[in-house]
Design a protein around this ligand. Sequence first.
Ligand SMILES: Cc1cc2nc3c(=O)[nH]c(=O)nc-3n(C[C@H](O)[C@H](O)[C@H](O)COP(=O)(O)O)c2cc1C
Length: 222
Amino acid sequence: MTGVKYVPLACYHEYPEEEMRQRAASFRSDMQRRRSVRNFSSRAVRREVIEECLLTAGSAPSGANMQPWSFVVVSDAAVKRQIRESAEKEEYKFYHGGGGEEQLDAVSVLGTDYQKPFLEAAPYLIVIFAQNHGVLEDGRKVKHYYVRESVGIATGMLVAAIHNVGLAALPYTPSRTGFLKRILGRPENERLFLVLVVGYPAEGATVPDIQKKTLEEITTFV
Ligand SMILES: Cc1cc2nc3c(=O)[nH]c(=O)nc-3n(C[C@H](O)[C@H](O)[C@H](O)COP(=O)(O)O)c2cc1C
């Protein structure tokens, strides 16, 4: 611990027990309204809202505080079109034999196909990259720890932040990922984590009728 400067935990806030319970239930209930939406409106969203949500994601914990994530926010129509076209080429192969029966079976409950119009319709594609290692100004590499876990937590916080402002999001994981790195000109140390499609739901948007597991199914208290 020598050489590490510690400061008081001035930002900590404790709630009375009853308020704590209410806040837990209220947050749970609000988060349970979140759904992955696949029909997006092209209605504009202010960039500062997205920036605030990204700062929430950036406040996530990470292995050794390496913050091994990069968020590329795509709103340019031509770049979105390029991403959609490349994605649909890959998805066409996936849905026509390349995906393997097991994975195709798993996604069949969602009724998705190779067409990804949301990649063009939504105002923002937040393309999230994980940094396998850091790079110092002089080119030396810095080891990153628990990259997948860290980027997963930051992405979860981003999903929650987006839901909190009344926008919809879809985590999209293309079957092949190289095209996104190429189109967006990303450096060698990054790999695609996922694409978060963000915007307002289209009018009349529908979602699959699926259920979440119960507390008993997902939890063991020891
Ligand atoms: C890591 C991850 C990858 C996903 N990839 C896709 C995807 O490529 N295409 C898609 O339509 N949905 C994708 N989803 C959304 C899931 O299908 C969705 O979260 C799940 O069906 C539960 O629905 P809900 O988000 O509405 O609760 C992905 C979700 C996660 C967490």
